[in-house]
Design a protein around this ligand. Sequence first.
Ligand SMILES: N[C@@H](CCC(=O)N[C@@H](CS)C(=O)NCC(=O)O)C(=O)O
Length: 232
Amino acid sequence: MTTPFTVYTSPSAFPNPQRLRLFQYEKGIQAHINEVIYDMAPGGDQRKWPHLKMNPWGETPTMQLADGSYMSESVAIAMYLDNLLEGRKLFGESPKEQGLISMWDSRIWVQILYRITTLFHVSHQGLGPKIELTNNPQWGEHCRKEALSHASLVNQHLSDGREWLIGGAEPTFADITLCTSIAFSKFGPVQTPLDERFEHLHYFWQRWQQRPSFKLAYADGAGLAELAHLIK
Ligand SMILES: N[C@@H](CCC(=O)N[C@@H](CS)C(=O)NCC(=O)O)C(=O)O
C-alpha cells in the first residue's frame, strides 16, 4: 500500500516531531504516513540542502503531501490531518472545544515547551557544533524559571480531578503538547522533570504511559531510562 504522506522527522526525544507522532497514533492514522527519520545530531540532516529545499526553516517535522508540496509546523500538519482524515477530532468538535484546545496548546507551547527547548539550546551544545550557535546559560535559567512557573499553573488547573486539560474522557492535541513537554523536561541536559515537581503532572504523565498511542510513539525510548522498557 502506498502512503499519501511522507514525514521527515526525528527520533522521539525531539518534542515537536513527537507531538505529530503521538497525534498520529492517538488518531489511528499511522498507516497513512511514511516516516523518514533523520540523524539530527550530530548528523544535522535537517540543516542540509536537500531538507532546506523542502523547509527553509531547517526543522522537523516536515511533511510531503501526495501532490508533492510540503507543509511544516507540527500544529499545522496535525490540524490538517485531523480535518482531512477519519477518526476522533483531536482539535475538538464544537467551537468551544476548539477554542479551549487552542488556548491550552498555545499556553503550553509558548510558556513551557518552547521555554524548555530554549533552555536546552542555550545551556548546552546538545545538537553539536554544526548547529548550536548560541551559549547563554543565564537566559537558559530564565527559561527554566518561566517553564516551572507556568507548569505550576497547569498543575493547579489539573488539581480538580480532571484527567485531561479540557476535561472529557480522552486527550486532545493540547494534552499531547503537555505530554511531550514533560518528556523533554526529563531529557539529558534539561533535567527539570516536571512530573517530579508537580503532583498532578505526575498523574498526568502516568496516565499517558498507559495509552497504546504513547507506547507506540515512544517505542525508541526517547533517550529516557524510565521508557527503556518500551524499546522492542
Ligand atoms: N515550530 C516548529 C518547531 C520545530 C522544531 O523546533 N523542531 C526541532 C526539533 S524539536 C528541530 O528540527 N530542531 C533541529 C534544528 O533546529 O536544527 C514546529 O512546531 O514544528
